[in-house]
Write a protein that binds this ligand. Structure first.
Ligand code: SAM
Ligand code: SF4
Length: 370
């Protein structure tokens, strides 16, 4: 046995990792080696997607022959709900459903209703590419979804079709956004990943469009998640550049953070019409305040977006582990957490040192969700 905080992992024959857990896990709130509490849970409900965004699931890698998870390997809604209930007992208060494209998972509103009914889940949100939203918005709202984020990287059809790489028209995402408004899910968050030379020209049209509609537009720096997108620092448009671009036409005023660990730096329009946020994950990393745990669709826990391996929970879950055993595993994983990849990457970039090595096994965004 290992004491809490001294977690050992073993690679099993099936390639998944297992860890040894201390039986002495105390019921007190759990913090990691850098003093960060557990607060947010991202749940990926599928590794599949109907888009092939070039920065996330490049078509050359995720082609016809790509082996996605078989259905039997996905956690059931009951398993997801049980794990969430246990995580809530250890500090999780915010839950976000993501993927892959979460709306590809059949009957997702049933999962939303199950999670919404859990005491202690103060916030329940969903991130989607919006392609299937027109069909599902009312059911999601009815099931108790509280907040919705739609990812949209351009308003002009040609750029949007090129970015999703499956020729999907922007009008259908905008129809999804309208359906979400009609279902009472507004104000929405709209996430835009900005890439140098690809969609910078869309920053101002997006700002004007969503300002008029009262949704919160958030600009995200393109990140070196996974190992398939061919990320280069030169492709990143720093958040300060995006702010300057908007401020020149629509003057902005900085807003204070609302809580510890808020990833977006917020700005309001000086002349009214809501706010924008920038997520400077590359130029100003926020590892120091990261309180996020990620659960993959097949039941692995990742403690960092840039992780190289996950911790298997599905194995013990399906082998009949008790609630106490599962909680002890999660607490041990969190207590041993020392991830701060973005800080190390940015420090290396600024000082001209080599970037941290990217393990070819580094997990992809589509597997653990954004
Ligand atoms: C992985 S997607 C999953 C949910 C859903 N399919 C969607 O697109 O909203 C979640 C978020 O991650 C963002 N994302 C994916 N790859 C990224 C990257 N390399 N850098 C920054 N953001 C990324 C997407 O733009 C999206 O907003
Ligand atoms: S960002 Fe979302 S929509 Fe685009 S490929 Fe990744 S999972 Fe799919």
């Amino acid at each position: 046995m290992w004491p809490l905080g001294d977690v050992s992992r073993r690679r099993r024959a099936d390639g998944r990792y297992d860890l040894a857990v201390s039986p002495a896990a105390s019921p007190a709130a759990v913090t990691d080696t850098l003093g960060r509490p557990l607060h947010d849970l991202r749940i990926s409900v599928t590794d599949r997607c109907n888009f092939r965004c070039t920065y996330c699931m490049p078509l050359e890698v995720y082609g016809r022959d790509f082996a996605f998870l078989p259905r039997a390997e996905l956690l059931t809604f009951e398993e997801i709900t049980r794990l969430t209930r246990l995580l809530v007992a250890d500090g999780v208060a915010k839950v976000r459903l993501t993927g892959g494209e979460p709306l590809l998972r059949r009957d997702l509103d049933r999962l939303v209703a199950m999670l919404a009914a859990l005491p202690g889940v103060a916030d329940l949100a969903l991130t989607t590419n919006g392609s299937l939203l027109a069909r599902h918005a009312a059911a999601l709202a009815g099931a108790g979804l509280r907040r919705l984020t739609v990812s949209l990287d351009a308003l002009d059809d040609a750029t949007f079709r090129r970015l999703n790489d499956v020729d999907f028209p922007v009008a259908r995402v905008l129809a999804g956004i309208a359906a979400a408004e009609a279902a009472g899910l507004a104000p929405l968050k709209i996430n835009m990943v900005v890439r140098r030379g690809v969609n910078e020209h869309s920053v101002l049209p997006m700002a004007r469009h969503f300002r008029e509609r009262g949704h919160v537009l958030r600009f995200i720096e393109y990140m070196d998640v996974g190992h398939t997108n061919g990320w280069r620092m030169d492709d990143v448009v720093p958040a300060r550049e995006v702010v300057a671009m908007i401020d020149a036409e629509l003057p902005l005023v900085a807003l204070p953070p609302r809580y510890r660990g808020e990833v977006a730096t917020r700005w309001r329009y000086r002349h009214g019409g809501g706010e924008i946020g920038v997520i400077a994950s590359v130029s100003q990393p926020f590892c120091g305040d990261c309180t996020r745990l990620r659960l993959t669709a097949d039941g692995e826990l990742y403690t960092c977006l840039f992780g190289n391996y996950g911790h298997d929970l599905r194995g013990p879950l399906r082998a009949g582990a008790s609630d106490d055993d599962l909680r002890a595993r999660v607490r041990a994983i969190w207590a041993a957490r020392d991830d701060r990849y973005s800080e190390l990457r940015t420090r290396a970039t600024v000082s001209g040192r080599a970037l941290p090595t990217i393990d070819p096994a580094r997990v992809e965004m589509s597997r653990i969700g954004g």
